[in-house]
Design a protein around this ligand. Structure first.
Ligand code: M6P
Ligand code: ZN
Length: 184
């Protein structure tokens, strides 16, 4: 039987069952931000985001679903917002839902042809991440951005492609506005 899992709709926090907790600090984000000097000037132990995940089946097993919540702190690295690493699914034909609970953000989506678009995130916004699409979230607001995620248990995370080639565009604060800027 499924345990009595609860989502606090004020914060997005999941509780009531054993959860996998992941913390990403500034140090963990080496190579992800455009301005390496600005990244280095930050406290390396500062938290950029953390993830809670309820994994009712073994990761990699076919047929299950996972439920997660991601909390991204407000923060900047030069003109770039604190954001997740971003990933393709290792099983490329697996999709995902994101549902925003608190804060303001941008969901950055890039297909296999490296075409990048973004969707604004605000409380209540629902986002479908299609298969074959890399996804990353940036916190464009001044409070914690939290969003629920639901994805197949056999999707997997391919971080390598983004770690080596990045996205073709970044969300940057230009004249005070979150703007998608193509990489040179
Ligand atoms: C969402 C889901 C998770 C993911 C997390 C953080 O909760 O997509 O699978 O791990 O966001 O994103 P990333 O893994 O790219 O750092
Ligand atoms: Zn995913």
């Amino acid at each position: 039987m499924t345990p009595q899992l609860t989502v606090d709709f004020l914060t997005g926090a999941i509780s009531g069952a054993p959860l996998q907790e992941t913390l990403r600090t500034v140090a963990d984000m080496k190579g992800y931000f455009r301005d390496e000097v600005a990244w280095q000037s930050l406290d390396s132990q500062r938290v950029v985001y953390r993830v809670q995940a309820f994994l009712p089946v073994r990761e990699g097993e076919e047929g299950g679903l996972f439920l997660g919540n991601t909390f991204i702190e407000p923060g900047m690295v030069a003109d770039e917002y604190f954001m997740t690493k971003g990933h393709f699914h290792r099983n490329r034909n697996r999709s995902e839902f994101y549902i925003t609970i608190t804060g303001r953000g941008a969901l950055i989506l890039m297909d296999e042809g490296r075409r990048t678009v973004f969707e604004p995130m605000e409380p209540g916004s629902v986002h479908y991440v299609p298969f074959n699409t890399a996804h990353r979230v940036a916190n464009t607001g001044d409070s914690v951005l939290s969003f629920l995620a639901c994805w197949p248990s056999d999707a997997g995370h391919d971080y390598g492609t983004i770690a080596s080639k990045g996205f073709s565009a970044r969300i940057r604060k230009i004249n005070g506005v979150a703007t998608l800027v193509e990489e040179p």
